[in-house]
Structure formats: structure tokens, C-alpha cells
Design a protein around this ligand. Sequence first.
Ligand code: GLT
Ligand code: MN
Ligand code: MN
Length: 394
Amino acid sequence: MVQIDGGAAGLKPTRADKFTFGLWTVGNPGADQFGSATRVRLDPNDSVRKLADLGAFGISMHDDDLVPPESTPAQRDQIVARLKKTLNETGMVVSMATTNLFGHPVFKDGAFTSNDRGVRRYAIAKTMRAIDLGAELGAPVYVFWGGREGVEAMASKRPADALDRYREAMDFLCGYVIDHKYPMRFAIEPKPNEPRGDTFLPTVGHALAFIGTLEHPEMVGLNPETAHETMSGLSFFHAVAQTLWHGKLFHIDLNGQKIGRYDQDLRFGSEGVKDAFFLVKLLEESGYQGPRHFDAHAYRSEDADGVWDFAAGCMRTYLLLREKARQFATDADITAALEEASVTELAQPTVGRYSAKAATELAADPGDPAALARRGYRNEHLDQLVMDLLLGSR
Ligand code: GLT
Ligand code: MN
Ligand code: MN
């Protein structure tokens, strides 16, 4: 048996693994739609210390997670100074910052896409303040999760107007960052629904298309989340793969989720182990340099100790799967099965660039579909090898 502390080489998280957690994740007090909190709220400084002990690299946060909204400027500065001291002492970093544009009743009709222009202006002003805070703490990535940007009543908003206002807000805030010379990029986090009935920019695909319409598309990428794509019945692995293909994986929210449920935000890898495996393999092989950020929380049944079991578990599962990904790459049977499935052949160009000559040649010799259809791809064999690997028999 491998023990959680110590144990097998490579299974103890280190700073180099770049594991990060939202302050709101380990700080989640366990309240849900049907019941109140089951744990006390944590002091962010205690969370930083505990996460540092467990081997994490840093934290992320909303403006309001750190600085309670009712704070005076002097209190704000004191809170920030205290966190900076804790970060210094622990060697932890703030790897991402974001704005809470969903909690306060003012955002009940949306933030950047509220029908009320006053609310929209307030949302942008709050975000500017929060960006200043993120910049002060050295956050290189700023996330936009449009939790309230959506509708229940379909007649209540014209989607094209809402997208215009969303874009206006993003363009304005890009301008703000450029003007202040902050070394910061933006990452949009899509989600299909919850808390709204329908959310604008519901999936990775929608958000990628939206980014192409912005004034500074190079400054804006994505922060895809396991739970959010999986809720829609989509493959998170494919969503992240395409995000990488577009050069837009600026950040990532890792957790666990069952298809068809509410946003569960479960411990990373605790559901969909095979999906989690291919995701880790993808991230590790892609050259992605950003944090492995967990946006999840402990079960409501847990006490304070359970929260740290949860945090350690996220990192441990990631490392176990990373180990499996290494094994996958060196397993001779798997390599042979990949060959039989012609996996590398897909990397070869099909016809190359168009030319009249190439088209004529292709038309003259298009191949024999009956002959081409005869082969098998041995995907059953390949997938079973993956199962054997994951279940520990290889
Ligand atoms: C909220 C949401 C998350 C987002 C956070 C950033 S807040 O917890 O469920 O998916 O990443 O705003
Ligand atoms: Mn998230
Ligand atoms: Mn979520």
C-alpha cells in the first residue's frame, strides 16, 4: 500500500507540480441549496499555510474572498499586507484572481449583461478594483466566470444585445489592463447553466468563438472547468484539447463531476477516472505551463480535517494519473496497439495543400472503399489495455 504521506516517489506534491486552490474551495463551509454551513469559515492566511504544508504552489481568489466588501480602504490595505506577509513566509503565490459578480443581490439580473445600465457600470467598476488587487498580489491570470450572465425568462434579454455588452465589458477591461501596464491576461470560464437557467457563453466552443470578436483577442483565453463541460454531457478532454489547439488554455479548473447533475465540484478525479486520466496525460504532454488549479470542495459531510483530506486527494490523484500517463508512454503493448490503430497516421497530411494537379491525381486514384473498409482498428484491444493500466494490472 502506498501511504499518503511519503510513500512512492513522485506522489508527494511539490511546488514544481504547480498545484493551486481557490480560497473559496478549501474555504467552502458546506452550505447548499437545502441546508446551512456545516463547517466554519477559514481565515485565508490559515488556508495558505495549510496548503503550503501539503505541497501546493499557490492560491487563487475572488476580491470578496480576501477583502470583505464592507471593508474600508484602510482595512483593505491591512488585509492585503497580512496576506502578502503570509505568502512571503510560505513561498506561495497568487496564481489567479477574479471578481465576485454573482453573490450580491445587485447582480440578480446579470453583471456585464444586466438590462440595467447602472448595474453594468457598477460591475465593470468592481472588476477594475479587483483587477488592481490581483495585480498588486502578482496574479498573472484574471478569470471571468459569468455566473449571473444569463436568463430564466427568454423574453427578458435579446442575446445579441447581451453579447454586445459582454464584449464591450471585456474590451474596456483589456484597455484598463493595457493602460496600467499590468502583466496580466484574461481567461473566460464557460458554464451552461446554474445559477441561471441559461448562461451566455455556455461552453468552451461558444467562448472560443466569442474571443475572436474581441478588440484584443490575444489577451483573452479560456479557463475551462471539468464540471462545466461535463454538466452539458460534453467531453472535457476534447474541450481542453481544442482549447490547447487554439493556443487558448490560459488556466484550468479541475474537479470531478457526473454527467447530467448540478455543478458538483467534486474532488479531482473522484468521478470519471478514465476522463481524468486522459486529461492529465493531455496536460502533461501538451507543454501547458500554467497552474493545475482545483476548483472543487470537500463533501458537506466533512469537518475541518476532511477538507485537508480533500485537498491532498486532489493532488494525489493528479500525481497518480501522471504516473499512469508515463507508464502509458513506455508500455510496449500499448505502443503496439497504438500502431495497430494507426494513431500516428492521423498526424500525416491527407492531401496537402490544394493544387489543380493534386486534385486531378486524387480524382484519378481515390482509393477503393470496399478494400479500405475491410480493416479493423482494434480499438477494443487498445481501450482494454488502458483499463488494465488504470486498474493496476499492468
Ligand atoms: C464559483 C464557480 C466557479 C468559478 C469561480 C470563479 S466562482 O465558485 O462555481 O466555477 O470558477 O468565479
Ligand atoms: Mn470554476
Ligand atoms: Mn463548478
